[in-house]
Write a protein that binds this ligand. Structure first.
Ligand SMILES: [Zn+2]
Length: 379
C-alpha cells in the first residue's frame, strides 16, 4: 500500500471522527473521493477493492443522505424508515452494479469473497450462533421488556453496575495482562454523547478510542471491543503491516479479541453479566445478518424477510422498519462479521484456556488475525 493512500485513509479517519464523535458539521465527500481516486492507482488488495465500491462518489452521496436523514428531527421511526427507503433501494442497486463490475454475482458475494467466506458457510455459522443463544435471549427479552424500537437503550439497562468502572483502570489491566504498552499511542475519549463506541487511527502512532461511561456490562463490552480495535491497529503498525484490514475482518478480529480480553481481565461477576448482554446481542446480530442475506435474495419482499427473521426474537410492529436495520453509514454489510466473530471466538477461547503465554497468543492474534479467525483456518 502506498504512503499516499495510507495518508488519505488517515485523513478520512480524522474527518469521520469530527463528524461522528465531535458532531461537527463536516462532510466526508472530499476524503472519500480522494480515496476512490487513489484506489485506482493502488495494487489490488481486499481493502483497495472494498474502497473502489464503498468510496465510489455515488455510494458516498447516498450514504451521506441516509446519515443526514438520521440526524434530522423526526416524528417517528416509521417516518424515518419510509424516508430512507428510496435511498436504500438506490444504494442496493448501485452496490449490485459495482460488485458485478468487479466480477461478483452481487454485493454479498463480493464482500464475502473478500474475506474468503461463501454464503453457505456464512449462513451455517449464523444459524449456529442463533441456535446457541435464542432461548436465553427470549427469556431476557421477556424479563427486561426489550423492544426493537428502544433496543440499544434497553440493552444498557441490563444489570447496571453500582458504580461506573474507570476506563483508565480497565486499560491498565489490559496492558498488564498483555505485557504491552498501549497508553503511549492511545487517546481515550469517554463521553455520554455520540455513538456507543468508535476507534480510529490518525497515524501509525496515534489511535483514538471513544466509549460511553462504563456504567453497565453493555458499555464495558463496547469499550473492550474498541480497545481490541486499538490493539489490532497498534500491533499491526509495530509489525510493519501497512495494509488496512477490510472493515469486515477488522470487526470479526475485534470481536474475537474482545472475548479474549473478557476472559483474561474480567472479575468473577462481570463475565456473567456480560454473557447476558451477549446472548441477546448475538441473537440479534445473527438474525439481522440472516435478514440481510435474505434481503439480497428477495429484494421484492423486504418486509416479509425482515419480520420473519426478527419475529423470532422480538415483536415487529412495523415491517417498514427494515430500512433502518442494516444501512447505517458505518456498517454496510458488516453485522455478519460480529456474529461470525462470536462463533469463531468459542474455538479461540478453548485454545486460549490451554495456552501458557496468553499475552503472546493475543498479540499474535492482533498482528495476523486472518491466520486464526477465518472459518476453515486452524488456530
Ligand atoms: Zn468494531
Amino acid at each position: 500500500m502506498s504512503a499516499a493512500f495510507k495518508a488519505a485513509q488517515y485523513a478520512h479517519h480524522k474527518q469521520e471522527w469530527a463528524r461522528y464523535i465531535e458532531e461537527r458539521d463536516v462532510s466526508l465527500a472530499e476524503t472519500e473521493r480522494d480515496l476512490y481516486d487513489k484506489a485506482h492507482e493502488e495494487e489490488d488488495s481486499p481493502f483497495v477493492r472494498y474502497t473502489r465500491i464503498e468510496r465510489h462518489p455515488e455510494v458516498s452521496a447516498l450514504k451521506d443522505k441516509l446519515d443526514t436523514l438520521e440526524g434530522l428531527p423526526k416524528d417517528s421511526l416509521l417516518t424515518l424508515a419510509r424516508a430512507m427507503r428510496p435511498v436504500v433501494e438506490k444504494l442496493m442497486q448501485l452496490r449490485t452494479h459495482l460488485s458485478q463490475r468487479e466480477g461478483a454475482d452481487d454485493y454479498p458475494d463480493f464482500i464475502l469473497a473478500l474475506s474468503g467466506i461463501n454464503e453457505g458457510t456464512a449462513r451455517e455459522l449464523l444459524e449456529d450462533v442463533k441456535v446457541t443463544h435464542i432461548d436465553d435471549a427470549l427469556d431476557i427479552v421477556r424479563e427486561e421488556n426489550i423492544a426493537w424500537e428502544s433496543y440499544f437503550d434497553d440493552l444498557r439497562r441490563i444489570e447496571p453496575f453500582d458504580e461506573a468502572l474507570d476506563a483508565e483502570d480497565v486499560l491498565r489491566k489490559v496492558e498488564n495482562a498483555l505485557k504491552t504498552d498501549l497508553a503511549s499511542r492511545l487517546t481515550l475519549h469517554i463521553s455520554s454523547a455520540g455513538i456507543a463506541g468508535f476507534a480510529r487511527t490518525f497515524s501509525d502512532a496515534s489511535v483514538h478510542v471513544h466509549a460511553r461511561p462504563l456504567e453497565n456490562p453493555a458499555a464495558l463490552k463496547t469499550f473492550l471491543h474498541e480497545l481490541s480495535h486499538a490493539l489490532l491497529y497498534i500491533e499491526r503498525a509495530s509489525d510493519s503491516q501497512d495494509d488496512f484490514l477490510i472493515p469486515q475482518i477488522d470487526e470479526m478480529a475485534a470481536t474475537v479479541i474482545e472475548h479474549c480480553l473478557i476472559q483474561i481481565i474480567c472479575t468473577q461477576t462481570e463475565p456473567d453479566a456480560i454473557e447476558k448482554v451477549n446472548a441477546l446481542e448475538y441473537s440479534r446480530l445473527a438474525l439481522s445478518a440472516l435478514f440481510e442475506l435474505d434481503l439480497w435474495d428477495r429484494v421484492s419482499a423486504p418486509e416479509a424477510a425482515f419480520a420473519g427473521r426478527y419475529g423470532e426474537l422480538m415483536p415487529i410492529e412495523h415491517p417498514d422498519y427494515w430500512t433502518l436495520d442494516s444501512f447505517r453509514s458505518l456498517d454496510p454489510f458488516m453485522v455478519q462479521y460480529y456474529a461470525i466473530g462470536r462463533r469463531q471466538a468459542f474455538d479461540v477461547l478453548k485454545t486460549l484456556e490451554d495456552v501458557t503465554d496468553k499475552s503472546a497468543f493475543v498479540l499474535k492474534l492482533a498482528r495476523t488475525p486472518e491466520t486464526t479467525i477465518l472459518p476453515g483456518v486452524n488456530a
